[in-house]
Design a binder for this molecule. Sequence first.
Ligand code: HEM
Length: 604
Amino acid sequence: MAQAIHAAGESLYYEATNASNYAGIHVESPVAAGFLHSRAVWALGLLVALAITRMITSKPKMPAGTKALPQIPGLPYIGAPWGVPVPGAESAWHFADLHKKYGPIYAWEVFGTYHVWVESDKIARDLLVHRGKKYGGRHEIPAAVGVKDGSEFVPLMNIGDNFWRHKNFIHALNRQANADNIFFGYPELENKNTLRRLLDHPDKWSEHIITHCSRVAGRIAWGDPRHGTKLLHVVPVLLKAVSPGGPIVNLLTPLMYLPDSISPWKKAEAKRAQQMKDAFYEAQEDVIKRYEEGTAEGSWTKLWLDKAQGLEKSHLNKHEAAHAVGSNALVAIVTIGSPVHTFFTAMCHYPSWLPRLQEEVDRVCGDRLPLMTDMPKLPVLRAVVKETLRWRQPTPLGVPHILEEDDVYEGYFMPKGAMIHANHYLISREPTQFPEADEWRPERWLDPSWPTYKEPLSEFPTVRGDPGFGYGVRACPGIDLVATELYTTIGSIAWGFNIKRKEGKAGYENPVPWYQTNPYVITMASQFPADVTPRSADKARIIRQLTEDPSLTVKGVGEKSEGQFGRWDVYRPEEGSGKTFDWEGLTALAPDHDKGPRRYPAGV
Ligand code: HEM
């Protein structure tokens, strides 16, 4: 494969296509970012940041007999704030050079925060699993101050009793929902609707993926796919607020100490939190009403109302339950949407694999879509999913953990408060485990000559235990839903469709992205124009017969949902405008998509 990794600093371009009550809430668009990233604003911001850092930092004392980690050189007080890469698969590449220079664990101090980068699976397990509780904290996010100590968003809550009540609740929710007909049968049911949308509007494949994930999440959380629409508003605002690639305060972190009256980020954060609360409360009330009428469908919220096994002991009140269910649902949309996008990218770069996958799915499933019960017989499908997750992790630079007390590892001293980053991107490229790591090679999970091969093939490969889901006490509790959606959705798409890069000049004009993703903590491969066609007239006929509800979540301009759902409508640009629905920049075309294929220098 000709292309290799390269760090590029282009900013995303942004298109506001929504027109709703909440369309005005965005923390900072790249247009604004363009202004904020001007030299004058940076210089001023740096000065303020430096002054604040001097006031708040004090150096920890190293115990005798310990040594300091290898560290990127920097200035007194501010460390080395330059060159901090904004997340995204391309920025992860940047760390490969540092890894070569400093080894698999090193420090990078920025404005008084001691960051530790961990780039081997063994070290990540030693610290985050074997010493999990010590390493299980979360940090204050400068553009979302308060989230750490609140009860509204589990993935970013600090460790402690409150966190454990919520985490146990979420584990119990997922366990019970999986036991109840595999998430109430919704993922398999929605696969049918998604195939129909792909059949009717193949050019909107990226939008269909997002629609699919939001409908599944809306159904599982509240028994009604339309509640997923709301989350299409909530996710981009939240994701940007918590990403270094979002508001500038997330990079110039000391600016978070500015008083409320002059901090634009605190104002935006209050609006964001209100928007999320409105969405979650409204959905919860809707289920309570149907529950009292005896018509509520299966859902996480219904499990809570039923006081299902394992949920009761967490004693979550109504507000907490609304947010625990809601935050689980919104995480599910953006994370699962990511590998499904990557699947389309991989199919276009590695066209020989789709026929192989289709042969297996046809042989096992015949005229019907793949189900979870088929999975033991579908190792090629599982290998495709597993390799897709390895090749482009949804969180390439992980979600940082905070060290809760001083620690020493192999003689290296790490101070309390250190921010520990498990670099999933490089961990999934460790040379002894993953030869030809930059290539998408499902055979590494199917052929005994590869180091990652494992038997029995009825069980392996599996997404369970994958480092891309994090480590230790903070590891992802959504794995059952991930497995269900990724296996059956990707399997269903392969069952019904051929996916190819555009040929000829169109192929040059519409290059298939390689590393390009959005720049947020949860990345998504950039969308691109592809040829998506039904495999046969017969398959197209079956898809039409299967459809339960082909309605789209994203509306055409001028359409409106009935009643309470109308105010949350999300619109796609007008037909013929030449613009694509890009979910507030989360699924945008690569910024240089019209400049031909991007060239990359030699790899990591
Ligand atoms: C491909 C899909 C997914 C990937 C790659 C993924 C990855 C991750 C990662 C890396 C973390 C942080 C782990 C750490 O801090 O060490 C995490 C946390 C979390 N994930 Fe997932 N996730 C996915 C899907 C889901 C789904 C579907 C759900 C809900 C059903 C979910 C719910 C959560 C929650 C609630 C947390 C917070 C856990 C905590 O902070 O203790 N995730 N996930």
